[in-house]
Design a protein around this ligand. Structure first.
Ligand SMILES: *Cc1c(COP(=O)(O)O)cnc(C)c1O
Length: 358
């Protein structure tokens, strides 16, 4: 008899990012300027059939919107209920019991979970070691290599020549390479437009971050039509709801340039926040995304998350970051929100000075 739950599920627990309602939530990298207005208008104009009827089986209108936005063939586009779902489909398409998933770490916290959920074995490689020697990601012979660029939670970008070298090294019988570009709207660097002509490469994107549509659960990915076909088989039908597909398509058309304006302001605020934090000796890592990761040594005033919460501010704590130890990831939003975070941080730093000054 096969036991229930299966053995490799024992290590899994439901996802808990530790979120509680708070007035200034800088913890999840969603768009704090709001949802894309064209997407919201589409939802407000919903018809009874948008809710009553099934969506398109494989979200073809959304695939066309992606195709038109990026100049890629629609047959090279797959979609899902969030990019987590697209990643899950890609993992499932590549999985065999015991198959290995390699990835530069630290990275997106869902990756180890997605590997286990699909019966695969997660094999993290330290980011710096993987950057120095991409071949490290090809040992022990993975079925799938995952790379997040810009990386969550560090904000680091994997240089394009490095990615191309990895793709070359893996050879014709090599693994599927998945490049997660959830934050590429903020870096402007992308492999997406080249992905249809590169064998076994899938570049994933999300509507949850720059487009401001996390509540709709919509993501997509681009690859060669052959790769996309395999991922679509694993995805299955009716994954993206009618309203999510229509709203995401409108946001991707971005007819009034809303996203470009928000991204520009976000980058300006990110560097302004970097300056403010550096002045307080909390120098963050370089970031190509809509967040900053700053050191919060354990036991330090800034590491006291409950105190920040009392001030109505939430950020995301991380432990075990190489060269940093504990750190806080802060989502960049409109300046008044960041000012509240800085004020709360200053109160913590002042409280610490009172304790340590005789
Ligand atoms: C936020 C995020 C996603 C987006 O996931 P959705 O399921 O589309 O909301 C994907 N990858 C990374 C690295 C992220 O940080």
């Amino acid at each position: 008899m096969t036991p229930f739950p299966r053995d490799d599920y024992r290590a899994l627990t439901p996802y808990d990012p530790g979120r509680r309602p708070v007035s200034v939530d800088l913890s999840d990298n969603t768009n704090l300027w709001g949802p894309h207005p064209d997407a919201l208008a589409m939802i407000r104009g919903a018809t009874p059939d948008d809710v009553r009827g099934y969506p398109e089986v494989y979200a073809d209108a959304l695939r066309t919107a992606v195709s038109e936005r990026f100049g890629v063939p629609a047959a090279g586009v797959t979609t899902g209920a969030g990019s987590d779902d697209v990643l899950d489909s890609a993992f499932r398409a590549a999985s065999e019991p015991g198959a290995v998933v390699t990835y530069p770490a630290p990275t997106f916290s869902m990756i180890g979970e997605l590997a286990l959920m699909n019966g695969m074995v997660p094999h993290p490689v330290a980011w710096a070691e993987a950057m120095a020697e991409p071949e490290r990601l090809l040992d022990p012979e993975p079925a799938l290599v995952y790379l997040c660029s810009p990386n969550n939670p560090t904000g680091a970008l994997a240089p394009e020549p490095w990615i191309r070298r990895l793709l070359e090294l893996r050879g014709p019988d090599g693994p599927l390479v998945v490049v997660d570009e959830a934050y590429a709207d903020f870096s402007g660097e992308t492999l997406l437009t080249d992905a249809p002509s590169i064998d076994k490469l899938l570049v994933t994107r999300t509507a949850s971050k720059a487009l401001g549509l996390a509540g709709l659960r919509c993501g997509f990915a681009v690859g060669s039509p052959e790769t996309v076909l395999e991922v679509e088989k694993s995805r299955g039908p009716y994954k993206v709801s009618r309203l999510a597909a229509a709203a995401a398509a409108a946001a991707l058309r971005d007819e009034n340039g809303w996203m470009a304006r928000v991204v520009a302001e976000c980058l300006e605020n990110r560097e302004r926040l970097r300056g403010e934090l550096s002045r307080r000796n909390l120098t963050p890592l370089e970031s190509s995304a809509n967040f900053l990761l700053l050191p919060a040594p354990s036991g330090s005033a800034v590491a006291d998350m409950s105190a920040l919460r009392e001030d109505g501010v939430a950020v995301r704590p991380f432990a075990g970051i190489p060269g940093m130890g504990e750190g806080l990831r802060v989502t960049v939003g409109p300046w008044p929100l960041l000012e509240k975070f800085l004020q709360a941080t200053d109160r913590r730093l002042a409280a610490l000075r009172e304790v340590t000054t005789p």
